[in-house]
Design a protein around this ligand. Structure first.
Ligand SMILES: NC(=O)C1=CN([C@@H]2O[C@H](COP(=O)(O)OP(=O)(O)OC[C@H]3O[C@@H](n4cnc5c(N)ncnc54)[C@H](O)[C@@H]3O)[C@@H](O)[C@H]2O)C=CC1
Ligand SMILES: O=C(O)C(=O)CO
Length: 312
């Protein structure tokens, strides 16, 4: 079995060694321009068109959870990957735990008013504040798939009311489920912390806008862990200014790296990380890919296949 690998920044030699060890009989090679030799599987991130085009592959694996960039490339170059060749993405593979760490630590930071105490410290003010109550701290997850459900699972023991919004209804224990466009207003009403874990699709672009943010509880918070394109950054700034929104924690941006002139950098109530909420963990990813290739080789069903029409 021949496997080609392309990632613009990963340590390719690590991946080639780990994949060769994990998949018995596999010949794994780094794909380089001009390589038109036979391949059964391709493992990719931001692949050049010529890497995939015209190959009779059994499957392609995206080396991340979000497939928006490869799907938009496929839209522009449909010849790159015919519809009958399945595209898989990474499901969790260690990203769930990273999202849990990120979300739980930030929710607790806001709940214990560390943002307010930090602001008071800047003014050398000793001022105990009223506690927030759990029942007033409803957490709403936009997107309740692999990562959203892991975040809900990690927040559950902390006793906050939990709800999620997704395309189809979910039955996660202790999580109130809202589904579809019609139920979005009810989901937003009373949500104090909005955590975004939606995929980037035609339906979700710009979904976190003024209209949505203004439907949240007063003094609410936003955590954007999915994609920058979900959030209208100018709307975020105006809703922060109005006082409706108390703070935001952003991991992803409309442009990455975020340009130095962005007003987000200097905003005192916007905290930021540089798209690191959850990164691909090589060992877990290799394990998942090896297992999935094993299933495909046996003609068995495997999870993680992207629905190209749905867009995620
Ligand atoms: N910031 C970071 O470091 C990372 C960000 N991500 C982002 O997180 C996203 C989510 O990942 P997973 O949980 O693995 O995806 P998933 O496909 O398992 O879950 C997606 C969820 O969104 C819901 N959804 C999709 N379209 C919808 C719509 N139009 N209306 C309502 N709900 C809708 C689905 O029903 C599902 O619950 C990825 O697509 C990626 O963009 C992923 C990994 C790291
Ligand atoms: O896997 C993804 O989609 C990511 O955003 C990784 O950072």
């Amino acid at each position: 079995m021949d496997i080609i690998f392309y990632h613009p920044t990963f340590d390719t030699s690590y991946w080639i060694k780990a994949l060769s060890e994990a998949i018995p009989g596999a010949r794994v090679r780094e794909w380089k321009r001009g390589d038109n030799e036979h391949a059964d599987y391709a493992l990719v991130w931001h692949p050049p068109v010529e890497m995939l085009q015209g190959r009779n592959l059994k499957a392609v694996f995206a080396l991340g959870a979000g497939v928006d960039s490869i799907l938009s490339k496929l839209k522009a170059h449909p010849e790159m990957l015919p519809e009958h060749i399945p595209l898989f993405r990474l499901e969790d593979t260690g990203m769930g735990q990273q999202m849990q760490e990120y979300a739980v630590s930030q929710v607790l930071h806001w709940f214990r008013r560390f943002d307010d105490y930090q602001a008071l410290k800047q003014q050398s003010r000793w001022e105990p504040l009223a506690d927030y109550q759990r029942e007033d701290f409803t957490i709403g997850l936009l997107g309740a798939g692999v990562l959203g459900s892991k975040v809900a699972e990690a927040l559950a023991p902390w006793g906050f009311p939990l709800r999620c919004w997704s395309r189809t209804r979910k039955a996660y224990p202790g999580v109130e489920s809202f589904a579809g466009h019609d139920e979005l207003p009810d989901f937003l009403k009373g949500t104090r912390v909005l955590i975004n874990l939606l995929p980037n699709t035609a339906e979700t672009v710009g979904i976190i806008n003024k209209d949505v943010l203004n439907q949240l509880a007063d003094g609410s918070y936003l955590m954007n862990l999915a994609r920058g394109i979900h959030l209208v950054e100018a709307d975020l700034l105006s809703v922060l200014e109005s006082g409706k929104l108390k703070g935001a924690m952003l991991d992803v941006y409309s442009r990455e790296p975020l340009p130095v002139e962005s007003p987000l950098w200097a905003h005192p109530r916007v905290a930021m990380t540089p798209h690191v909420a959850a990164v691909t963990r090589p060992a877990e990813a290799v394990d998942y890919i090896a297992r999935t290739i094993g299933l495909l080789e046996q003609g068995k069903p495997a999870t993680g296949q992207v629905d190209r029409q749905r867009g995620y």
